[in-house]
Design a protein around this ligand. Structure first.
Ligand code: SF4
Ligand code: SF4
Length: 155
């Protein structure tokens, strides 16, 4: 269900632009309001919906559970620690689903360079990714050309 912006509610703050992993939320330079430039590339992660302080972003529901004439809206209430999704069907039935917000406080995640030491020269030459295998919590990992099995790794 890709998103769309209700431009009359948007104030152009840009939070949706900053958080969108697909980089498809843009600010229209003339209108100074956000819009989804390519709904086909929407990951449907709803990070923008949950981040929008103006409740200006809604979703277009799929026909299988929201037939034509539906409305699907979100109510974000960070002060209560919850987010609610409301589905209104064309026959007037309304269903509301409320979930706890599990968002990490904005700005509280430390960048990797503040959490882990920089890789050694030997680590940079290795075919393993940064801090493998210890961050995967296994003793070792099989390397190309080797048949080494590890205690934790499967397959
Ligand atoms: S987060 Fe909401 S209010 Fe801010 S630019 Fe995006 S749609 Fe507009
Ligand atoms: S739902 Fe996710 S991918 Fe789609 S526009 Fe919003 S933040 Fe971007």
């Amino acid at each position: 269900m890709p998103t769309y912006v209700n431009m009359s509610a948007c104030d152009g703050c840009g939070k949706c632009v900053d958080i969108c992993p697909s980089d498809i939320m843009h600010i229209d330079k003339k209108m100074r309001r956000a819009y989804n430039i390519e709904p086909d590339y929407c990951w449907e992660c709803y990070s923008c919906v949950k981040a929008c302080p103006q409740h200006a972003i809604d979703m277009r529901g799929y026909a299988d559970f929201c037939p034509l004439g539906h409305a699907l809206t979100v109510l974000r209430e960070p002060e209560k620690g919850q987010v609610s999704w409301k589905v209104q069907y064309r026959n007037g039935t309304v269903k509301q689903f409320t979930f706890p917000m599990r968002s990490t406080k904005e700005g509280s995640i430390k960048p990797p360079q503040e959490v882990v030491p920089p890789p050694s020269t030997e680590g940079l030459r290795s075919q393993l990714l940064s801090h493998e295998p210890e961050y995967l919590k296994v003793l070792s990992l099989p390397m190309p050309g080797s048949n080494v099995k590890t205690g934790g790794a499967q397959g």
